[in-house]
Design a protein around this ligand. Structure first.
Ligand SMILES: [Zn+2]
Length: 311
């Protein structure tokens, strides 16, 4: 055991949105969470976060599953789909509403963008509708009243974190005006209720984590441990993402992709493993994976991360 979470009962997950095929940035998150689970004899689940149909791409689910299989990243149990949990999210909202933690908001995105405050690059919603007692009717968002909330947690890679929503971001949306449930709500409830003991994912989600912890606390749900991996950025500092048209993973180069992802994550895979079959690379990785070797940074440039062959 190289890390300090007990093997018994470990459960982790990878949770992509079906907005497009996996790219190298998603492979880093998938591989990191997979190895953190498997190194400790734990389970690794797959959850498809399909609660935003307008953003989904046709065929993306199938492409994601095929890509994970091609890279030898086999998950436990049936695939979880958030689209099958909508009733549960509704119950959680009812509970928060009954406890006076939720209010209806009639502000348009445009109004908030034009008149809201910007604090440290984040758009801050100043709680205009908090005292209006608006009815919960279609066309109005539902926001969490975050007054008096302070969320502290220790990230296993990024270190101590604190969010005071009243000072940063403000009351956030749990159900959108179009009726769709927010990412924060669905992930918070699923991670807790699906028994995740640790969440390993990209640091691009670090700002979401305290909001998800807040939801778990208010609902009396358990909170997992968190480890946010560095994300890959290009020379201009832009994250590899579907929005930036990062290329889809090439399944024919699966072994090389895994090797490069391991290298990016600071694991120092032996050069002779480059281009080996995925199963061979993963055999090595399950044995030698250590969270302690992962660089303690939020982002790293990708182009500079692969040493010349023969190093
Ligand atoms: Zn409002």
């Amino acid at each position: 055991m190289t890390d300090d979470i007990p093997a018994a009962g470990y459960r982790g997950r990878f949770a992509p949105s079906p907005t497009g095929p996996l790219h190298f940035g998603s492979l880093i998150a998938a591989l990191g969470s997979y190895l953190q689970a498997r190194r400790q004899g734990g389970e690794w689940w797959l959850r498809i976060e399909d609660i935003d149909p307008p953003r989904e791409a046709p065929g993306a689910r199938e492409a994601i599953l095929a890509s994970l299989e091609a890279h030898g990243l086999h998950w436990d149990g049936p695939v979880q789909y958030q689209s099958q949990r909508l009733e549960r999210y509704a119950q959680c909202l009812q509970r928060l509403a009954a406890e006076g933690r939720l209010y209806a908001c009639a502000c348009s995105r445009k109004r908030i963008a034009e008149h809201g405050e910007r604090r440290g690059g984040t758009l801050h919603y100043p709680g205009w509708c908090r005292e209006r007692n608006l009815a919960f009717v279609p066309g109005r968002a539902r926001r969490l009243d975050t007054r008096n909330l302070i969320i502290d947690f220790e990230d296993r890679i990024q270190g101590p974190q604190r969010l005071i929503p009243a000072e940063e971001g403000g009351d956030f949306v749990l159900q959108r005006a179009d009726g769709l449930y927010s990412y924060q709500l669905a992930v918070a409830v699923d991670d807790a209720e699906q028994g995740m003991t640790e969440v390993v994912r990209g640091s691009d989600l670090l700002a979401s984590t305290p909001r998800q912890i807040a939801i778990q606390r208010l609902l009396g749900l358990p909170t997992p441990v968190y480890a946010h991996l560095p994300v890959a950025v290009d020379a201009q500092g832009r994250k590899l993402s579907k929005q930036n048209r990062a290329p889809a993973l090439d399944a024919r180069r699966a072994g090389e992709n895994l090797w490069r992802a391991l290298h990016f994550l600071g694991q120092r895979p032996p050069t002779e493993l480059r281009g080996a079959l995925p199963a061979t690379v993963l055999d090595w990785a399950r044995e030698y994976w250590s969270l302690k070797k992962v660089p303690r940074t939020a982002a790293m440039e990708l182009s500079a991360d692969v040493p010349p062959a023969g190093e």
